[in-house]
Design a protein around this ligand. Structure first.
Ligand SMILES: [Zn+2]
Length: 447
């Protein structure tokens, strides 16, 4: 059967794991390890899953999870509990992961993204709290191939965010993830550093004929990608692979694949059955978690102004373009720097637009240059420019008077003489560097 004329639509849902930057782990008081810690030095009976060890939830991590849920417009379940997700894998000493299933802390939310000048809403299915696993690595020791395991990461608080299958391309996934990362950083709950594995990404991809409303009968999950660019590439790779199979009348195998960044392709890892049999059941060692209205209102108040709202305010309050407002709100500390500089600049009658242009075009090192020092430079520079303008006019006037023949020739149509006048001006005033400004002034004076 040949269906090469069928047009397909890409359907992607994302699963995102975010490691929280708490000081201690999720269910014990071991410190969250750094990358330089020696293997298995940040462990205790709880995170090693030893029999009889009792877990004790980290309330700071739970608050952070709820903050993420609220920032993503989720409904918060005031009565929630942890559940055991049973599976056997060597990086999980307990034989189950403590997670949430029936009542995640947040569900049914959304995140609006900007796509081709319009707003598109991506549904958020759930935001739940769980724990990270240990880390398995394969090495050769004394000539033998061995598997090594480091339990330092085991039990580090992990928030899982799951989206609805609302994403339609790799590019769209990238925009969504960039916006999500911004929000997580604004909340200060994680630095969401991709290279440190603080944000791990799994797109679920399928293709369906354009016009079909139901989901395809298969989906392919690409595991543990650590860059937005690779998510985009993995989705594009899968789109092409699925189309080729579908065009031949075949259905892609439902499976888990991995992204090989060196070959720029996905590779099959394991095919999976229709649904996992995780046999979730309530964690008997942790009492149910109740979030009171008072607690919820405290958490709600702790959420700072988020990037989208801030960008909108920069447009209305300071008259910035949407483009500049977006650049200045990418990082919370840059937005803060801008606002501090604007406050100082106001005293010198310099507006927000001028400050924004300076920060964006001249890229000052905001770690080193204080906002007030930046404003001082802007004030000095603008004084110099005003002085130059008068001085420039005076100098050009003298040059024109000294060269009446060239002036006459220029007026007769020999406009290339403009270059001669610019050269003369620059020679007389080596500090006058703005050629555009000089050219405009000379043209005006020769009219
Ligand atoms: Zn521990």
């Amino acid at each position: 059967m040949n269906n090469t004329n069928t047009q397909y639509e890409t359907v992607v849902g994302m699963e995102i794991h975010v490691e929280l930057s708490t000081t201690t782990k999720m269910f014990c008081r071991c410190p969250v390890p750094t990358l330089t810690d020696k293997p298995n030095t940040r462990t205790c009976p709880v995170c090693l899953g030893l029999p009889g060890a009792l877990p004790f939830p980290n309330t700071k991590a739970i608050d952070s999870c709820i903050q993420i849920g609220l920032a993503l417009n989720c409904t918060v379940n005031k009565d929630s509990f942890f559940e055991r997700k049973n599976y056997f894998y060597p990086d999980l000493a307990k034989g189950f992961q403590t997670s949430q299933f029936l009542h995640p802390f947040g569900e049914k939310g959304y995140l609006d993204i900007k796509l081709n000048g319009a707003t598109k809403r991506i549904g958020i299915t759930r935001v739940h709290m769980e724990e990270d696993t240990g880390k398995l690595s394969h090495a050769t020791v004394d000539g033998k191939e061995v598997s090594l395991i480091d339990f330092n990461r085991s039990g580090v608080p992990l928030v899982e965010i799951v989206t609805e299958p609302d994403i339609r391309s790799g590019e769209e996934a990238k925009i969504f993830l960039t916006e999500l990362q911004k929000i997580i950083r604004y909340l200060g709950v994680s630095d969401a550093a991709m290279e440190k594995g603080h944000m791990r990404l799994e797109p679920n991809i399928s293709l369906r004929p354009v016009g079909q409303k139901t989901l395809a009968k298969y989906k392919v999950e690409v595991k543990n990608i650590n860059s937005f660019v690779y998510v985009d590439k993995a989705i594009q790779f899968e789109e092409k692979r699925h189309k080729e199979l579908l065009d031949k009348g075949k259905v892609p195998v439902q499976e888990t694949r991995g992204w090989n960044e060196f070959k720029s392709k996905t590779v099959s890892q394991r095919s999976k059955e229709e649904a996992h049999d995780y046999r979730y059941f309530p964690e008997p060692d942790i009492p149910p978690i109740s979030v009171t209205s008072e607690q919820l209102s405290v958490i709600r108040k702790s959420i700072p102004e988020l990037p989208e709202a801030k960008a909108k305010r920069f447009v209305t309050e300071f008259g910035l373009s949407e483009y500049n407002a977006e650049i200045l709100t990418r990082e919370a500390n840059l937005a803060k720097y801008f606002e501090e500089a604007v406050a100082v600049a106001k005293e010198h009658n310099i507006d927000g637009k001028t400050v924004a242009n300076w920060i964006i075009n001249k890229k000052p090192n905001i770690e080193e240059l204080l906002p007030a020092s930046l404003v001082k430079i802007i004030v000095e520079q603008s004084t110099v420019e005003r002085f130059d303008e008068t001085k420039l006019e005076e100098t050009i006037k003298q040059i024109l008077e000294k060269n009446p023949t060239q002036v006459a020739d220029y007026k007769a149509g020999k406009i290339q003489l403009l270059g001669f006048f610019i050269g003369q001006t620059k020679q007389a005033l080596p500090n006058a560097k703005d050629t555009e400004q000089i050219r405009n002034l000379i043209s005006k004076m020769l009219e």
